[in-house]
Design a protein around this ligand. Sequence first.
Ligand code: GTP
Length: 249
Amino acid sequence: MKGLKYKRILLKISGEAMMGDKGYGIDSSTVDFVAKEIKEAVSSGVEVAIVVGGGNIFRGVEASVEGMERASADYMGMLATVINALALQNSLERQGIPTRVQSAIEMKELTEPYIRRKAIRHLEKRRTVIFAAGTGNPYFTTDTAAALRAMEIGADVILKATKVDGIYSSDPTKDPTAKKYDTVTYIDVLKRGLSVMDSTAVSLCMDNNLPIIVFNLRGKGNIRKVIEGKKIGTLVKGSNGTRVKKKDH
Ligand code: GTP
Protein backbone atom coordinates (compact mmCIF):
# COMPACT_ATOMS: atom_id res chain seq x y z
CA MET A 1 0.00 0.00 0.00
CA LYS A 2 2.98 2.29 0.51
CA GLY A 3 3.34 5.06 -2.03
CA LEU A 4 -0.18 4.70 -3.37
CA LYS A 5 -2.23 7.78 -3.99
CA TYR A 6 -5.56 5.93 -4.07
CA LYS A 7 -7.13 3.17 -2.02
CA ARG A 8 -9.95 2.23 -4.38
CA ILE A 9 -10.17 2.96 -8.08
CA LEU A 10 -12.78 2.53 -10.78
CA LEU A 11 -11.17 1.67 -14.09
CA LYS A 12 -13.25 2.35 -17.19
CA ILE A 13 -12.19 0.27 -20.18
CA SER A 14 -13.86 0.69 -23.53
CA GLY A 15 -14.96 -2.31 -25.55
CA GLU A 16 -12.52 -1.19 -28.26
CA ALA A 17 -9.66 -1.74 -25.80
CA MET A 18 -10.48 -5.47 -25.94
CA MET A 19 -10.17 -5.84 -29.71
CA GLY A 20 -6.60 -4.64 -30.26
CA ASP A 21 -6.02 -4.06 -33.97
CA LYS A 22 -8.59 -6.64 -35.02
CA GLY A 23 -11.35 -4.12 -35.76
CA TYR A 24 -14.04 -6.28 -34.19
CA GLY A 25 -14.57 -8.65 -31.27
CA ILE A 26 -12.09 -9.84 -28.69
CA ASP A 27 -8.37 -10.24 -29.21
CA SER A 28 -7.17 -12.55 -26.48
CA SER A 29 -3.59 -11.26 -26.40
CA THR A 30 -4.90 -7.69 -25.99
CA VAL A 31 -7.22 -8.79 -23.18
CA ASP A 32 -4.30 -10.59 -21.54
CA PHE A 33 -2.20 -7.41 -21.78
CA VAL A 34 -4.99 -5.41 -20.10
CA ALA A 35 -5.37 -8.10 -17.43
CA LYS A 36 -1.61 -8.01 -16.72
CA GLU A 37 -1.77 -4.25 -16.31
CA ILE A 38 -4.67 -4.67 -13.87
CA LYS A 39 -2.78 -7.41 -12.03
CA GLU A 40 0.13 -5.03 -11.52
CA ALA A 41 -2.25 -2.49 -9.98
CA VAL A 42 -3.97 -5.09 -7.78
CA SER A 43 -0.60 -6.40 -6.59
CA SER A 44 0.33 -2.93 -5.41
CA GLY A 45 -2.55 -3.07 -2.92
CA VAL A 46 -5.15 -0.85 -4.54
CA GLU A 47 -8.76 -2.07 -4.72
CA VAL A 48 -9.86 -2.27 -8.34
CA ALA A 49 -13.38 -2.12 -9.76
CA ILE A 50 -13.88 -2.10 -13.50
CA VAL A 51 -16.62 -0.98 -15.86
CA VAL A 52 -16.18 -2.36 -19.34
CA GLY A 53 -17.86 -1.11 -22.52
CA GLY A 54 -19.15 -3.15 -25.43
CA GLY A 55 -18.36 -1.17 -28.57
CA ASN A 56 -16.06 -3.87 -29.98
CA ILE A 57 -19.12 -6.09 -30.39
CA PHE A 58 -22.12 -3.80 -30.71
CA ARG A 59 -22.65 -0.05 -30.50
CA GLY A 60 -26.20 0.90 -29.57
CA VAL A 61 -25.91 4.50 -30.73
CA GLU A 62 -24.68 3.53 -34.20
CA ALA A 63 -27.40 0.93 -34.66
CA SER A 64 -30.05 3.47 -33.68
CA VAL A 65 -28.68 5.91 -36.28
CA GLU A 66 -29.15 3.13 -38.83
CA GLY A 67 -32.82 2.85 -37.86
CA MET A 68 -32.97 0.38 -34.99
CA GLU A 69 -35.11 1.42 -32.06
CA ARG A 70 -32.70 3.09 -29.60
CA ALA A 71 -33.78 1.19 -26.47
CA SER A 72 -33.40 -2.22 -28.16
CA ALA A 73 -30.05 -1.20 -29.61
CA ASP A 74 -28.84 -0.08 -26.19
CA TYR A 75 -29.93 -3.36 -24.59
CA MET A 76 -27.93 -5.22 -27.22
CA GLY A 77 -24.94 -3.03 -26.33
CA MET A 78 -25.40 -3.93 -22.67
CA LEU A 79 -25.28 -7.63 -23.56
CA ALA A 80 -22.02 -6.98 -25.40
CA THR A 81 -20.50 -5.61 -22.20
CA VAL A 82 -21.34 -8.88 -20.42
CA ILE A 83 -19.37 -10.84 -23.04
CA ASN A 84 -16.39 -8.52 -22.50
CA ALA A 85 -16.70 -8.75 -18.71
CA LEU A 86 -16.60 -12.56 -18.85
CA ALA A 87 -13.58 -12.48 -21.18
CA LEU A 88 -11.74 -10.11 -18.85
CA GLN A 89 -12.70 -12.14 -15.76
CA ASN A 90 -11.35 -15.25 -17.44
CA SER A 91 -8.06 -13.58 -18.30
CA LEU A 92 -7.67 -12.06 -14.81
CA GLU A 93 -8.40 -15.36 -13.10
CA ARG A 94 -5.91 -17.18 -15.33
CA GLN A 95 -3.39 -14.75 -13.93
CA GLY A 96 -4.41 -15.49 -10.36
CA ILE A 97 -6.55 -12.42 -9.66
CA PRO A 98 -9.83 -13.39 -7.92
CA THR A 99 -12.56 -11.60 -9.85
CA ARG A 100 -16.30 -11.25 -9.55
CA VAL A 101 -18.62 -10.06 -12.30
CA GLN A 102 -21.82 -8.26 -11.35
CA SER A 103 -24.39 -7.45 -13.99
CA ALA A 104 -26.90 -4.62 -13.87
CA ILE A 105 -29.27 -6.85 -15.84
CA GLU A 106 -29.88 -10.04 -13.96
CA MET A 107 -28.62 -13.19 -15.67
CA LYS A 108 -27.85 -15.33 -12.72
CA GLU A 109 -26.55 -18.32 -14.66
CA LEU A 110 -23.69 -16.16 -15.88
CA THR A 111 -22.91 -13.52 -13.27
CA GLU A 112 -23.87 -12.22 -9.88
CA PRO A 113 -26.51 -9.51 -9.93
CA TYR A 114 -25.31 -6.00 -9.11
CA ILE A 115 -25.54 -5.54 -5.35
CA ARG A 116 -23.70 -2.47 -4.11
CA ARG A 117 -22.89 -3.71 -0.63
CA LYS A 118 -21.71 -7.08 -1.93
CA ALA A 119 -19.47 -5.37 -4.47
CA ILE A 120 -17.89 -3.35 -1.66
CA ARG A 121 -17.31 -6.52 0.40
CA HIS A 122 -15.65 -8.19 -2.59
CA LEU A 123 -13.32 -5.21 -2.93
CA GLU A 124 -12.52 -5.28 0.78
CA LYS A 125 -11.66 -8.98 0.36
CA ARG A 126 -9.26 -7.95 -2.39
CA ARG A 127 -11.30 -9.27 -5.27
CA THR A 128 -11.47 -7.32 -8.49
CA VAL A 129 -15.07 -6.54 -9.38
CA ILE A 130 -16.20 -6.07 -12.97
CA PHE A 131 -19.51 -4.28 -13.45
CA ALA A 132 -21.31 -5.41 -16.59
CA ALA A 133 -24.44 -4.30 -18.49
CA GLY A 134 -23.86 -0.60 -17.95
CA THR A 135 -26.42 0.98 -15.67
CA GLY A 136 -29.03 -1.52 -16.89
CA ASN A 137 -30.89 1.29 -18.63
CA PRO A 138 -31.02 2.36 -22.26
CA TYR A 139 -29.92 5.92 -23.09
CA PHE A 140 -27.10 5.73 -20.55
CA THR A 141 -23.54 5.05 -21.67
CA THR A 142 -21.01 2.82 -19.96
CA ASP A 143 -19.11 6.02 -19.09
CA THR A 144 -22.14 7.08 -17.07
CA ALA A 145 -22.22 3.60 -15.53
CA ALA A 146 -18.57 4.11 -14.54
CA ALA A 147 -19.36 7.45 -12.87
CA LEU A 148 -22.38 5.97 -11.10
CA ARG A 149 -20.63 2.83 -9.85
CA ALA A 150 -17.57 4.84 -8.78
CA MET A 151 -19.81 6.98 -6.60
CA GLU A 152 -21.72 4.00 -5.24
CA ILE A 153 -18.64 2.08 -4.15
CA GLY A 154 -16.81 5.13 -2.84
CA ALA A 155 -13.97 5.03 -5.36
CA ASP A 156 -11.34 7.74 -5.00
CA VAL A 157 -10.97 8.30 -8.72
CA ILE A 158 -12.11 7.14 -12.16
CA LEU A 159 -9.30 6.03 -14.43
CA LYS A 160 -10.61 6.44 -17.94
CA ALA A 161 -8.48 4.32 -20.24
CA THR A 162 -8.13 5.57 -23.82
CA LYS A 163 -5.91 5.22 -26.87
CA VAL A 164 -4.32 8.65 -26.40
CA ASP A 165 -2.26 9.89 -23.48
CA GLY A 166 -4.68 12.51 -22.17
CA ILE A 167 -7.06 15.27 -23.18
CA TYR A 168 -6.04 17.53 -26.06
CA SER A 169 -7.33 20.87 -27.31
CA SER A 170 -8.29 19.07 -30.54
CA ASP A 171 -7.89 15.58 -32.00
CA PRO A 172 -4.12 14.89 -31.83
CA THR A 173 -4.36 12.26 -34.56
CA LYS A 174 -5.64 14.91 -37.00
CA ASP A 175 -4.27 18.21 -35.72
CA PRO A 176 -0.47 18.45 -35.21
CA THR A 177 -0.91 21.69 -33.20
CA ALA A 178 -3.18 19.97 -30.64
CA LYS A 179 -2.08 20.77 -27.10
CA LYS A 180 -2.25 18.26 -24.25
CA TYR A 181 -3.64 19.43 -20.91
CA ASP A 182 -2.25 18.26 -17.57
CA THR A 183 -5.39 19.40 -15.73
CA VAL A 184 -8.81 20.61 -16.84
CA THR A 185 -11.96 21.44 -14.91
CA TYR A 186 -15.27 19.66 -15.38
CA ILE A 187 -16.78 22.91 -16.58
CA ASP A 188 -14.09 23.30 -19.25
CA VAL A 189 -14.77 19.77 -20.46
CA LEU A 190 -18.49 20.47 -20.68
CA LYS A 191 -18.31 23.97 -22.15
CA ARG A 192 -15.67 23.20 -24.72
CA GLY A 193 -17.00 19.76 -25.58
CA LEU A 194 -13.61 18.14 -24.89
CA SER A 195 -13.83 14.46 -25.60
CA VAL A 196 -13.43 12.74 -22.25
CA MET A 197 -16.69 11.06 -21.35
CA ASP A 198 -20.23 12.00 -22.33
CA SER A 199 -21.78 15.00 -20.61
CA THR A 200 -24.03 12.95 -18.30
CA ALA A 201 -21.00 11.12 -16.92
CA VAL A 202 -18.93 14.29 -16.55
CA SER A 203 -21.83 16.12 -14.85
CA LEU A 204 -22.26 13.29 -12.37
CA CYS A 205 -18.56 13.44 -11.52
CA MET A 206 -18.71 17.23 -11.25
CA ASP A 207 -21.71 17.18 -8.91
CA ASN A 208 -19.90 14.75 -6.63
CA ASN A 209 -16.39 16.14 -7.11
CA LEU A 210 -15.03 12.80 -8.26
CA PRO A 211 -11.72 13.20 -10.12
CA ILE A 212 -11.24 11.56 -13.53
CA ILE A 213 -7.82 10.69 -14.93
CA VAL A 214 -7.70 10.14 -18.67
CA PHE A 215 -4.68 8.07 -19.67
CA ASN A 216 -3.34 5.75 -22.35
CA LEU A 217 -3.98 2.10 -21.54
CA ARG A 218 -1.56 0.96 -24.24
CA GLY A 219 1.46 2.27 -22.35
CA LYS A 220 2.99 -0.49 -20.25
CA GLY A 221 2.75 0.17 -16.50
CA ASN A 222 0.45 3.17 -16.92
CA ILE A 223 -2.27 2.04 -14.50
CA ARG A 224 0.39 1.48 -11.86
CA LYS A 225 1.91 4.90 -12.56
CA VAL A 226 -1.46 6.60 -12.17
CA ILE A 227 -2.17 4.96 -8.82
CA GLU A 228 1.28 5.92 -7.60
CA GLY A 229 0.34 9.52 -8.38
CA LYS A 230 2.81 9.93 -11.27
CA LYS A 231 1.84 12.74 -13.57
CA ILE A 232 0.62 10.96 -16.66
CA GLY A 233 -2.54 11.62 -18.62
CA THR A 234 -4.92 14.46 -17.82
CA LEU A 235 -6.66 15.07 -14.52
CA VAL A 236 -10.25 16.36 -14.66
CA LYS A 237 -11.33 17.99 -11.42
CA GLY A 238 -13.25 20.88 -9.91
CA SER A 239 -11.87 24.38 -9.67
CA ASN A 240 -11.72 24.25 -5.88
CA GLY A 241 -9.90 21.19 -4.72
CA THR A 242 -10.74 17.59 -3.99
CA ARG A 243 -13.66 15.74 -2.60
CA VAL A 244 -14.31 14.94 1.03
CA LYS A 245 -15.47 11.35 0.97
CA LYS A 246 -18.15 10.11 3.33
CA LYS A 247 -18.24 6.48 4.43
CA ASP A 248 -21.85 5.41 4.04
CA HIS A 249 -22.01 1.65 4.13
P1 GTP B 1 -18.05 -14.57 0.05
O1 GTP B 1 -19.46 -14.27 0.43
O2 GTP B 1 -17.08 -13.59 0.56
O3 GTP B 1 -17.63 -15.99 0.32
O4 GTP B 1 -17.99 -14.32 -1.55
P2 GTP B 1 -17.95 -15.31 -2.73
O5 GTP B 1 -18.23 -14.49 -3.96
O6 GTP B 1 -16.71 -16.13 -2.80
O7 GTP B 1 -19.09 -16.30 -2.37
P3 GTP B 1 -20.41 -16.70 -3.07
O8 GTP B 1 -20.79 -17.97 -2.44
O9 GTP B 1 -21.36 -15.55 -3.08
O10 GTP B 1 -19.97 -16.95 -4.59
C1 GTP B 1 -19.20 -18.05 -5.00
C2 GTP B 1 -19.03 -17.95 -6.51
O11 GTP B 1 -20.32 -17.96 -7.14
C3 GTP B 1 -18.36 -16.66 -6.98
O12 GTP B 1 -17.56 -16.94 -8.10
C4 GTP B 1 -19.51 -15.78 -7.35
O13 GTP B 1 -19.18 -14.83 -8.34
C5 GTP B 1 -20.51 -16.79 -7.88
N1 GTP B 1 -21.88 -16.31 -7.70
C6 GTP B 1 -22.46 -15.81 -6.58
N2 GTP B 1 -23.73 -15.45 -6.81
C7 GTP B 1 -23.98 -15.75 -8.11
C8 GTP B 1 -25.12 -15.60 -8.97
O14 GTP B 1 -26.18 -15.14 -8.60
N3 GTP B 1 -24.98 -16.05 -10.25
C9 GTP B 1 -23.80 -16.56 -10.69
N4 GTP B 1 -23.74 -16.95 -11.97
N5 GTP B 1 -22.72 -16.71 -9.93
C10 GTP B 1 -22.80 -16.29 -8.66
